[in-house]
Design a protein around this ligand. Structure first.
Ligand code: UD1
Ligand code: UDP
Length: 379
């Protein structure tokens, strides 16, 4: 029996972890024991608790209840808590997802006490080190032993950074193994989309007609914290809302920052705009149904960009660059930054000519099983 400790903390990690926990439950129950540690980075019920029951994720064995804070303060508390757990649990490996502060904390804690790290969603790069996530993911990749990249671009990024294409073990932090594994979030979208259609009542609750609205999400720090950028995004959304209903499940960071950085005039226009419907963060099944039923998606989220591709929807990316370059190259997404004119131009282009190519970039829907198999074989 291999014992793994999984670190989760932010919303997308809780969702990603569902795929591996499901694969363990269905295929590796007698071979892998999973201990789940929640750092408490996200803690509102609709950013954390809501997902556990709905996605059938085992409840965390530990919760560090770290909460929000400055980068150093938050990460330091996590490192301390994770180190303690790793010393007590003595796992064969630590599983980390993505690029949040919870990921970085896990990477530092485990590598210093020589516990092999499995990094899921390895190799992604924005080549923009002003993003906290870019720092987190580079540091984590370079402390890992098994690196699973969801895309071929991610795999190539690792090779370009000096990772070798090794077949024969032993594998360890100085001799890591890199994979192009496919994306566990694609596994999840396939698994949960039917369930979403059967169980979610979000369209009725929000009075939405399938195919007749645009879905938006905003939460990146360089959008929420920079007044000119958040202003440009909302001005563009107000312009589009003259023609289309837009539904915007608001991340708590954005809700808080809007009131701080937007002018009272713009806040008034937003609250008087019936077509711009802001709601609290929704459950994953609700989100999947919203994505699947939308006509277009406008987002700065990494996860939501990909899901727009899974559900064959055009996507306007509210960032200056993306790690998911394949969806832009396929013509399914446009990089619009926080530029009002670019957002409106791409919106009009996609309304007239929706993208046609949504070929498989993200694997075969069995990435989590593949990862479990490799953990058993290589560690
Ligand atoms: C974090 C990740 C980001 C990821 C995002 C997913 C880092 C550096 N950033 O960003 O990569 O895309 O999660 O959603 O790890 N807040 C609440 N309730 C919560 C959680 C947060 O009110 O449950 C508010 C707090 O004011 C907090 C702010 O949101 O200060 C930001 O939270 P934080 O976890 O630091 O970063 P995110 O912007 O959520
Ligand atoms: N998501 C959700 N409810 C919401 C908004 C997003 O369940 O109200 C899901 C979304 O479907 C995706 C993940 O959360 O799977 C993305 O998380 P987020 O945008 O917070 O972070 P990122 O992917 O940018 O790191």
């Amino acid at each position: 029996m291999k014992k793994i400790v999984t670190i989760i903390g932010a919303r997308p990690q809780i969702i990603k972890a569902a795929a591996l926990s499901r694969a363990i439950k269905n295929h590796f129950q007698n071979k892998i024991q999973e201990i789940i540690v929640h750092t408490g980075q996200h803690y509102d019920a609709n950013m954390s608790e809501i997902f556990f029951e709905e996605l059938n994720i085992p409840k965390p064995d530990y919760n560090l209840n770290v909460g929000s804070g400055k980068h150093g303060e938050q990460t330091a508390k996590m490192i301390q808590g994770i180190e303690e757990i790793l010393i007590n649990e003595k796992p064969d490996a630590l599983v980390l997802y993505g690029d949040t502060n919870s990921t970085l904390a896990g990477a530092i804690a485990a590598s210093k006490i020589h516990i092999p790290i499995v990094h899921i969603e390895a190799g992604l790069r924005s080549f923009n080190k002003r993003m906290p996530e870019e720092i987190n993911r580079i540091m984590c990749d370079h402390a890992s032993t098994l690196l699973f990249s969801p895309t071929s671009t991610g795999y190539k990024n690792l090779i370009n950074e000096g990772f070798k294409e090794l077949e024969e073990g032993p594998f360890h932090i100085d001799r890591p193994k890199v994979y192009h594994s496919g994306d566990v979030m694609y596994d999840n979208s396939l698994h949960f989309s039917k369930m979403a259609k059967e169980q979610s009542s979000i369209l009725v609750d929000e009075n939405l007609e399938a195919g007749s609205f645009i879905l938006g999400t905003i939460h990146r720090d360089n959008n929420t914290d920079i007044p000119e950028r958040l202003t440009a995004i909302f001005e563009a959304l107000l312009e589009i809302a003259k023609e289309q209903k837009i539904i915007l499940p608001l991340h708590p960071r954005t809700k808080k920052k809007m009131n701080e950085v937007l002018s009272s005039n713009l806040l008034n226009q937003i609250s008087n705009c019936n077509n711009l419907q802001m709601i609290a963060p929704v459950s994953f099944l609700d989100m999947v149904l919203l994505e699947d039923s939308s006509k277009m998606i406008i987002t700065d989220s990494g996860g939501v960009q990909k899901e727009s591709f899974f559900f064959k929807k055009p996507c306007l990316i509210l960032r200056p660059e993306t790690e998911w370059v394949e969806i832009v190259e396929a013509g399914a997404a446009h990089i619009c930054d926080a530029d009002k004119n670019m957002i409106l131009k791409s919106y009009h282009e996609f309304m007239v000519k929706p993208p046609q190519h949504f070929e498989g970039i993200f694997g075969d829907g069995k990435a989590a099983e593949f990862i479990c198999d490799e953990i058993l074989t290589c560690l």
